[in-house]
Design a protein around this ligand. Structure first.
Ligand SMILES: Cc1cc2nc3c(=O)[nH]c(=O)nc-3n(C[C@H](O)[C@H](O)[C@H](O)COP(=O)(O)O)c2cc1C
Length: 245
């Protein structure tokens, strides 16, 4: 593995981000002058527009129209749409308590959300792997470059994964829930929560006139490595999302 590849695969911590910037000879850590990447406390982040909480599609209409859609237009989605999708998945809806858009047993919030951005996947955003951070409602860059082909291979070659603008990968840190609920947490509560999150994503995509499909068939370890998740993070779902074909 080359040094550049090693650095690209390194989860960006404060120190690593600084070293990457220095080694790649950039004053700031963004790849392009117009890139929205900012370095905050040594982490490369992308801010997201505030989510809408008052859309004009009735929830009944979104439920009635929801379908698994596996064809996508070859156009990027917008940062506003990405923001809305991530908010629906794990956004904080009550800042005082920290409660989120989807329910969680004991409010343990075991789910981590990664976004694999294609090329071009999101307007103005470089291809790469990003981790959603609910509290600041932003993205932290994990790795640069388009890994959609590898992710598709890990998902037993399923074409939607490689063709979508982005792939949202839902992983679970079981321990956050099993600490409280033991094995029942791992077997029941955590997968149930992934289901809640997945339905929110389906309905939000429908309301935005985007297309998505739940993907449950993939090689766990390969997906985990690709999104640079920690070894205790178990991938549960991949959701390719793209503009309607
Ligand atoms: C847990 C789960 C795993 C799934 N895995 C896949 C998958 O790997 N590939 C795929 O194309 N669809 C997958 N689907 C989508 C189903 O095929 C789809 O929901 C079903 O055909 C019903 O269609 P509908 O979602 O349009 O109502 C999965 C759905 C669920 C709930």
């Amino acid at each position: 593995m080359t040094l550049r590849r090693l650095l690209r695969r390194t989860t960006v911590s404060g120190l690593a981000a600084g070293i990457v910037s220095l080694l790649l000879g950039r004053g700031n850590a963004s790849a392009r002058d117009d890139s929205p990447l900012q370095v905050r406390e040594g982490i490369e982040t992308v801010s997201l527009p505030p989510p809408e909480t008052d859309g004009d599609v009735a929830v009944e209409r979104a439920i009635a129209n929801r379908r698994s859609r596996r064809e996508y237009a070859a156009t990027p989605i917008t940062r506003r749409e990405l923001s809305q999708l991530l908010w629906a998945v794990q956004g904080i809806t009550d800042p005082e308590s920290g409660y989120r858009a989807a329910p969680s047993a004991g409010a343990r919030y075991p789910l981590e959300v990664y976004v694999v951005v294609g090329d071009p996947g999101v307007d103005g955003l470089d291809a790469g792997v990003y981790r959603y951070r609910p509290e600041p409602h932003d993205l932290a860059l994990s790795a640069r470059g388009n890994v959609q082909a590898e992710l598709r291979a890990a998902a037993v070659g399923q074409e939607p994964v490689g063709r979508a603008a982005i792939d949202v990968v839902i992983c679970a840190v079981d321990e956050r829930t099993t600490r409280e609920y033991g094995e029942r947490g791992r077997l029941r509560y955590v997968p149930m929560e992934a289901g809640h999150v997945g339905e929110n994503l389906y309905l939000q995509a429908e309301a935005l006139d985007l297309s998505t499909v739940a993907i449950g068939s993939f090689r766990d370890r390969r997906v985990r490595t690709l999104v640079d998740a920690s070894p205790d993070c178990r991938p549960l779902y991949i959701y390719p999302v793209g503009a309607r074909a």
